[in-house]
Design a protein around this ligand. Structure first.
Ligand code: MG
Length: 162
């Protein structure tokens, strides 16, 4: 039995913020995502895709931004915890695909590193993790450089039975 889930996340971009996406720091990026945690919208979207596929609710239910435990949290840790929840529910991750929509940072030079970092958290091979990027072409908040938006899809397979 396969289960599919989708995730979506958006964070404002602000000058001078540390920029971490997919667990990788973009050291030369002049802007970074604002958030209660580290603002890693890639990890958040993938986390929600996993939770959705297993019908376990959403990231806000498991990691509420009212909980000081998650203030400044490394979002790869949130993703690892989501993988534990999914495994406990009887699933394993088959593959993940995500699209990052942003003007900054430029994703391509780091996409392989992001795939490796995400694959480590997901406990799957890097060739099962896709990180794609596109720009807003001047349109909407992404095109104006105001935010980073991430869409993700995750496929799970039941560890046994149907
Ligand atoms: Mg988020």
């Amino acid at each position: 039995m396969y289960r599919i889930g989708q995730g979506w996340d958006r964070h404002p971009l602000e000058a001078g913020r540390q920029c971490i996406l997919g667990g990788i720091e973009f050291q030369d990026c002049p802007v970074g995502p604002v958030g209660h945690s580290d603002g890693d919208a890639v990890c958040h979207a993938v986390t929600d895709a996993l939770l959705g596929a297993a019908n376990l609710g959403d990231i806000g239910r498991h990691f509420p931004d009212t909980d000081s435990r998650w203030a400044g949290a490394n979002s790869l840790e949130l993703l690892r915890e989501a993988v534990r929840l999914v495994q406990a529910a009887g699933f394993r991750v088959v593959n993940v695909d995500c699209t990052v929509i942003t003007e900054q940072p430029v994703i391509a030079p780091q996409s392989a590193a992001m795939q490796d970092a995400l694959a480590g958290a997901l406990q799957i091979a890097p060739d099962r993790v896709s990180v794609k990027a596109t720009r807003g072409e001047g349109l909407g908040p992404e095109g104006r450089g105001e935010c980073v938006t991430v869409q993700a899809v995750a496929l799970l397979m039941a560890s046994q039975g149907d």
